[in-house]
Design a protein around this ligand. Structure first.
Ligand code: KIV
Length: 264
């Protein structure tokens, strides 16, 4: 089966067909997510606080993102894979952004990249697109700017919604194929989704978006302290702890290995 393409996403927007994007940072989760039929996998820099053990996304390095992206691409067959540009890998200049995009495309082979920000990163976006690298935008709560934004709080309430809408239109005009809107009022996200011709992917942005994205560890209940915008559909953290405790008891009581795991 061939991979989902950015043209498929454009068709789904026209048809009003909603879809889901999920993060992944490693082989096993990518295999499972791809087998589950998720059309777009984001190798998010949320790898920082969900995989690499950092406090937030800011310390994640380009090499770490390339390594995670390679694992996800190699372990999926159907999904469109989008690689997130980490903090510090594109802000300086369009040339720096292109270098980062080229490294991702040569070393990890995703089908698209994502970067955070509005008008100020448009030269970077144009340079990438001109080189044949499809770009997904990201507005609202942009976690790489969490300190400048004063914490993880809703963006775009009241008049500040106007600048988010202007940025969204500027990103669309620059050629992004899709846009993530994070932690913005549902009414604003709904308006932007209706006014743009590209798919708008919401996270903490209400029901009116064309698509939704979640961090996969939040979705399955692996995250210790999940954010309010996420919903856990299972509690895998406690399932896994249960399996480990059972095995430890079996080891302590000489019940593991049994005949099936024993060789003669
Ligand atoms: O890094 C990430 O997981 C993201 C999503 C929350 C959109 O950027």
């Amino acid at each position: 089966m061939s991979r989902v393409t950015i043209s498929d996403l454009a068709k789904w927007k026209t048809a009003g067909q909603k879809w889901a994007m999920l993060t992944s940072y490693d082989q096993i989760s990518a295999e499972i997510i791809d087998e589950a039929g998720i059309p777009v996998i984001l190798v998010g820099d949320s790898a920082g606080n969900n995989f690499y053990g950092y406090e937030n996304t800011i310390p994640v390095s380009l090499n770490e993102m390339i390594s995670s992206t390679r694992a996800v691409v190699e372990s999926s067959k159907h999904a469109l894979v989008v690689a997130d540009f980490p903090f510090g890998s594109y802000e300086s200049s369009p040339e720096q952004a292109l270098e980062t995009g080229v490294r991702f495309f040569k070393e990890a082979k995703p089908q698209a990249v994502k970067l955070e920000g509005g008008a100020k990163v448009i030269p970077q976006i144009k340079k990438l697109i001109a080189a044949g690298i499809p770009v997904m935008g990201h507005l609202g709560l942009t976690p790489q700017s969490v300190h400048a934004l004063g914490g993880f709080k809703v963006q775009g309430r009241g008049d500040s919604g106007i600048s988010i809408k202007e940025d969204a239109k500027a990103l669309e005009a620059a050629g992004v194929f899709a846009l993530v809107l994070e932690l913005v009022p549902a009414e604003l996200a709904n308006e932007i989704s209706k006014e743009l011709s590209i798919p708008v992917i919401g996270i903490g942005a209400g029901i009116g978006c064309d698509a939704q994205v979640l961090v996969w560890t939040d979705l399955v209940g692996l995250t210790k302290e999940p954010p309010k915008l996420a919903k856990a559909y299972r509690n895998l953290r406690s399932e896994i702890k249960g399996a480990i405790s059972e095995w430890v008891l079996d080891v302590e009581n000489s019940k593991f290995p049994d005949a099936e795991q024993t060789f003669h």
